[in-house]
Design a protein around this ligand. Sequence first.
Ligand code: NFS
Ligand code: SF4
Length: 643
Amino acid sequence: MEWSRDGSAKKLLQEIREEDFQLSWDRLQEQLPQCGFGILGICCRNCSMGPCRIDPFGENAQVGVCGADADTITARNFLRMVAAGVSAHSDHGRAVAETLIKVARGEAPGYEIKDEYKLLKLALEFGLEVEGKKIEDIALQVGINALHEFGNQEGEITLVKRAPLKRQNIWRKLGVVPRGVDREVVEALHRTHMGTDQNYLHIMRQATRCALSDGWAGSMLATELQDILFGTPTPIVGKVNLGVLKEDQVNIIVHGHEPLLSEMIVMAARDPEMLKMAKEKGARGINIAGICCTANEVLMRHGIPLAGNFLNQELAITTGAVEVMVVDVQCVMQSLPTIASCFHTRIITTSEKAKISGATHMEFSEENALKKAKEIIKMAIERFPLRKKSQVRIPAGEVDLVAGFTHETITYMLGGMFRASYKPLNDNIIGGRIRGVAGVVGCNNPKVTHDESHLIMVKELLKQDVLVLQTGCAAIACAKEGLLDPVKGLEYCGDGLREVCEAVGIPPVLHLGACVDNSRILVAATAMVKEGGLGDDISELPAAGAAPEWMSEKAISIGQYFVASGVFTVFGVTWPTLGSKNLSRYLFEEIEEEMGGKWAFEPDPLKAAHLMIEHINKKRKALGIDKARERVLFDMEMRRGLE
Ligand code: NFS
Ligand code: SF4
């Protein structure tokens, strides 16, 4: 199997072949064969009577020491994955809420409230009085209310009210409306403790409730509050590839997830004093580039170039041109300091939640963020002269892209400034020029060729006139291929989709941000429902979701809240419940009767794309709009109508 499909990664891998850096692909080889029980989800180490494992062939033990069977064990493991994913996204959201409170109190120098409109809107959703109030007071109240969403003990999280009414009622009937994020995570851990919840369907109820607290509270609040603090993104051009690193500049990579510090680093890097210092050390400037979701956050709001996605993180250091890599939380490999030790590169950890042995820890808080950001930049500048010219090998070539799409920009772009709405999108779906919408999201995984599954899947969807929405590492993968370029991306589209994108001037793949911004997809899907003509629930939309190269627990949480919001969702690589026929049947089939959405597991990305297209076709048929696709081309009048 080829390791990577990414051109600049391939070049670099070729060049470093002779040197003995150990990369994730090498470490995967050393792990093989991986434990079959683990892959199927049928090992349990939730108590010290175990670890127990279930024989998948039915010949040896079928229950653990406590009597737990394969259904219970896989369901418990699945729920724990959901809970960890929810925790990661939601703790991120909580940190932003805390920052908003500090900003409102004037305790966070450097930060400000950039989107007052969004703040007011959220305040009204929380039922707050805004008339005649100072913006700081409103921000404080919104921050406090947001924190309550995490600690709330009873009732319902506030933003479920955003979902279509029919969806809310499904959730209420099943008793899966989250009460508060923390409560659902705690209950997940309690239920999966030895000897507690031991009915797999009942365990899955909690998986749904817990996951919904990510999609409609934790992640959604992270997105909303970040937009309030840093501005709601608008379409912006950018560049991607390891080639965005600059030979003659100080290169700083920001990697991880929370934009709280990276925003400050971007700001501080533009400080004339910093630039002067860099020049004194012989650099022509300070170049910030991103990896993983932090990259997406600063791309969306500042056009900061993307160095790459998850599997680019180690490679970026082997270019020899990175002075410092600043990391915070999630998806950061522990191997980074080891690789960095072969170069002049410093890895800097910044979160009070995350240290890595061998890295330099420079803890940041809202109170000292700007100061810390400057210290980090100074450190990078000082390391610039230590760079060994002989070690520098930046693979040439950058690719252009347009990012910065949100629920709001979709309404403006498609509807125009004065009649902003989802009507044109819905009309184009109803008319058949756009077959449907797909969210293709998620990670990289060294078990499959880096980026390749994303590209195969997305290209097939485009060819079949499916508009693609992306976040996370998936968006970065497609950006590298030029799919986020409004001109180049069109080459891959079917006629109908191409005409719409051409008329509106958007790429056929819309980059909506980081993984927490999958909440933007929920909001957009809801807006499509509310616009009318496509049924009255998310599950009726001609839409599907996928994470063809997933690896993180966050991906499982996202997938589960998508399914529970009514979306057909396909994952690739491996699937963690295959050791239980009952649980797998529930997730792949029966859950659809309850939730309207369901999971599928299909490691072949082309086949997975076709599952999504079949699903979209089925939904079109149910809506009675399947015939419309027969006349997809515009005549002049239709074209004028669109402009
Ligand atoms: Ni999402 Fe972002 Fe990437 Fe996967 Fe990790 S960076 S939160 S988890 S690997 S897409
Ligand atoms: Fe084994 Fe049951 Fe303990 Fe799990 S909880 S390790 S199945 S005895």
